[in-house]
Design a protein around this ligand. Structure first.
Ligand code: NAD
Ligand code: UDP
Length: 318
């Protein structure tokens, strides 16, 4: 399974103990690489990577990316940043610092050692979009002073930094714009809609719909996304992105609630709460670029991915 010395790449995953990072670390080890997981454990947990800790080619480092770092690696996936609105709004200044200083520090590592670096950007760079579905050419509709701005503008600035290091220092960069992704290893209390609805349904609690539930999102299963990360990292160097990675299937939040109830066999009722400020009304990726340049598109339908997610959360409730 493992590749021999010389072929094995040294790969750093920042935010490696988080939801997406933990799946990515596992995949990279399966592919035969050496993995350094860097995390400050703000929203991530060692439980997410516990099965990897005995792997001889897996290493962890407790480190905050807002501080400089010196490591020798061939590739960097920069995922460190809280992704759930309740977590990134808990300390908004730190969120901007993580996005911006974190990007500078990791780009400086890449520059010093000549590593290839991928940024986990987000569909939030499109804000509350007035173009639908969102292609990469759309420049977005972000409120720069609202409660989501620490994350949205932080991620936009990180993209700017990636392209400036690319132009100014000739770095090998990749920028992935990730749309809502879900699956096992999401934190059960991180406040995102899939984990909230599944946990509430499993516990027989009221399902909290914010607004009237007609807002839409497109949900990508984590395994598909990680395949997309790999395809992007291994693409030719002129494929810098930004490139949308997500599942174009579009669902209302009300539809998701109904699915969570039906698939868990729950008798939970719906409860309607205020829509958070600046909550985007619709979101769906245009993935033509990913299909054409990476030959990638998601394969896992929502119902199948939700079943895996329900199975994961059920162990916590039982
Ligand atoms: P997550 O909160 O589960 O993981 C983020 C990880 O980063 C955690 O392990 C956390 O402890 C770590 N972290 C946070 N601040 C840090 C810092 N200053 N230094 C070091 N580590 C730090 O979130 P996730 O869903 O796994 O998201 C990973 C990345 O993907 C984030 O950059 C996020 O913005 C991006 N993203 C995710 C989604 C999604 O739907 N999951 C969508 C768009 C973008
Ligand atoms: N949402 C909801 N109930 C919840 C959590 C979220 O109705 O318990 C809504 C939220 O208002 C938003 C959508 O679900 O319209 C997706 O929210 P999430 O926090 O998962 O991601 P994001 O808003 O960043 O896309």
């Amino acid at each position: 399974m493992r590749k021999g010395i010389g072929i094995r790449k040294r790969v750093m995953v920042t935010g490696g103990a988080g939801f997406l990072g933990s799946h990515l670390c596992k995949k990279l080890l399966e592919l035969g690489h050496e993995v350094l997981c860097v995390d400050n454990y703000f929203t991530g947990t060692r439980d997410n990577i516990i099965e990897l800790l005995d792997e001889p080619h897996f290493e962890t480092l407790r480190h905050d990316v807002t501080q400089p770092l010196s490591v020798e690696v061939d590739e960097i996936y920069n995922l460190a940043c809280p992704a759930s609105p309740i977590h990134y709004q808990y300390d908004p200044v730190q969120t901007t610092r993580t996005c911006v200083h974190g990007a500078i520090n990791m780009l400086d590592v890449a520059k010093r050692v000549g590593a290839k670096i991928m940024q986990a950007s987000t569909s939030e760079v499109y804000g509350d979009p007035d173009v639908h579905p969102q292609p990469e050419s759309y420049r977005g509709n972000v409120n720069p002073i609202g409660p989501r701005a620490c994350y949205d503008e932080g991620k936009r600035c990180a993209e700017t930094l990636f392209f400036d290091y690319y132009r100014q220092h000739d770095l090998k960069i990749r920028v992935a714009r990730i749309f809502n992704t879900y699956g096992p290893n999401m934190h059960p209390h991180d406040g995102r809609v899939v984990s909230n609805f599944v946990m509430q349904a499993l516990r027989g609690e009221a399902i909290t719909i914010y607004g009237d539930g007609t807002q839409t999102r497109s949900f990508c299963y984590v395994d598909d996304l990680v395949d997309g990360f790999n395809a992007l990292m291994n693409a030719p160097d002129d494929v810098t992105g930004p490139i949308n990675l997500g599942n174009p299937g579009e669902f209302t939040i009300r539809e998701l609630a109904d699915m969570a109830i039906a698939m868990t066999g729950s008798d939970s009722k719906l409860t309607f709460e205020a829509l958070p400020e600046d909550d985007p009304l619709q979101r769906k990726p245009d993935i033509s670029k990913a299909k054409k340049l990476l030959g990638w598109e998601p394969k896992v339908p929502l119902e199948e991915g939700l079943q895996h997610t329900i199975d994961y959360f059920r162990q916590m409730v039982d």
